[in-house]
Design a protein around this ligand. Structure first.
Ligand code: DC
Length: 241
């Protein structure tokens, strides 16, 4: 794997590392849009870690690799040149200089992504990349969102949140987002992906010290407010406020 410069400048020597707000949760919990909105309101950067796995799945498909074969995935990972914006107001993802921001949301990529995300060596390298991207960003803070971010990638983050919602609510939200696809098929795909992903990381149980925000009965704005209130109380307690 090679990596390109992210969109935000790297921190000058001596600058404090950004505060990390780590947000974990299953598909359809709203974690991506809620994390992005929370980052915007905090004036923080935003790192969508799922986009890295999606970009790698896109790269593997471009090379005609079988994404269910770990050896084939590792082979294409060797020349995976990935760059991502940390700016919540200007999001893009590039692979080898090609803008794949829209392509990585296509169903063919969504179907392939669990295969690449379950390869241990890939996870290890990608997690290191996430830590480097965050550490070198000249930002006050970064909201980092994705599976196992609160437990494996940033277990020492000052704010760690598990965003959950009941499975039927998550399926309904996903199908509302994907208006061109059949609701029952979306629900089936989401449950299949939950099952595949949960064999790799436990994203439904909060680890010790991780705050749960259950968005089952909250609308979007209420969920963002709930996340910001956890950030405020946690940082307040940390700073002795
Ligand atoms: O959040 P998303 O749907 O864009 O994530 C894409 C896939 O990558 C999904 O199968 C979960 C996986 N993923 C992961 O395993 N670890 C992360 N930190 C982020 C995403």
């Amino acid at each position: 794997m090679t990596e390109s410069t992210p969109s935000l400048t790297t921190a000058p020597a001596g600058t404090a590392a950004p505060v990390v707000v780590a947000i974990d949760g299953p598909a359809g919990s709203g974690k991506s849009s809620v994390s992005k909105a929370a980052a915007g309101r905090l004036g923080y950067g935003f790192l969508d870690t799922g986009a890295a796995y999606r970009a790698l799945a896109w790269h593997a498909l471009e090379h005609g690799a079988d994404t269910s074969d770990a050896t084939a995935v590792l082979e294409v990972f060797g020349d995976f040149d990935y760059a991502i914006s940390l700016d919540p107001a200007d999001r893009w993802v590039r692979v080898g200089g090609v803008d794949v921001t829209a392509e990585i949301r296509e169903p063919r990529v969504t179907d392939a992504v669990s295969g690449v995300a379950r390869v241990g060596a890939v996870r290890h390298a990608v997690n290191e990349l996430f830590r480097r991207l965050v550490a070198s960003a000249s930002l006050t803070g970064v909201v980092v969102e994705g599976r196992d971010i609160t437990t494996v990638v940033f277990p020492d983050a000052p704010v760690r949140i598990l965003l959950t919602a009941a499975p039927e609510v998550r399926a309904a939200r996903r199908s509302a987002e994907l208006t061109d696809q059949d609701a029952a098929k979306v629900a089936a795909a989401l449950h299949k992906r939950d099952a595949a992903d949960s064999t790799v990381v436990d994203f439904l149980t909060a680890a010790e010290g991780v705050e749960v925000v259950d968005s089952t009965h909250l609308d979007f704005e209420q969920t963002v407010d709930a996340v910001l209130s956890v950030v405020d109380s946690t940082m307040g307690a940390r700073d002795g406020r």
